[in-house]
Ligand binder design. Sequence first.
Ligand code: IMP
Ligand code: MG
Length: 177
Amino acid sequence: MIRDIERILIARGAISDRVRALAEEITRDINEKEDEAELVLVAVMTGSIIFVADLMRNLPMKIRIQLMTASSYVGKTTTSSHDPVVGKLPDVTGKHVLLVDDILDSGKTLTRIQGELETLHPKSVDTCVLLRKKLPSAMAVPCTYVGFDIEDEFVVGYGLDYDDYYRNFPDICVINP
Ligand code: IMP
Ligand code: MG
C-alpha cells in the first residue's frame, strides 16, 4: 500500500451496496413526483466522477448528465482554503435536477451550486452526496440523499483526491499526508 494511506474506511463492496440503495430511493422519489419523469444529473467534477458513473448505471429512468466544475482545495492541503470557484452553469430550466457531489465538508460548494441552479428555475432540485463529515457545517446543509456519514478525517479514493492523486483507488481510505 502507498505510504500515505493509513487505512481503508469504506471498502468497495460496501460502497456499491450503498450506491445501489441510493439509486432505488432516487428512483422511487422521482416516480412519485411525476410519471416517466426525466432527470438531469449535475455532477460536480472532479470528485464525483466515479460516484456519478456508478450511480447513473443504477438509475433506470431517462437521464441527461451535465458536468460542472468547482474547486476549493488547491494543492497539498487538507483544509478548504477559500470559497469554491464554480464553473459554467448547465441548462436546467424546467428540469428535475439531481446535484451530485462526492463529499460535504464545509458545505460551501453544495450550497453555492444549489443556489445558482435555483436561479435557473428548474422543476425541482435534489442533492446527493456520497459522504458527509460529522461536522456542524456539513450537517447543517440540507441534503436529500447521503451515502455515509463519516468522522472528520481526510479521505481519498473512489474519486476523492489529495493534491489530485488517489482518485483511482476503489476503496475510500483515510490518508495521513
Ligand atoms: P465543501 O465545499 O467544504 O463542502 O467541500 C467540498 C469539496 O472539498 C468536495 O467536493 C471535495 O472535492 C473536497 N473535500 C472535502 N473534504 C474532502 C476529503 O476528506 N477528501 C477529499 N476531498 C475533500
Ligand atoms: Mg469536489
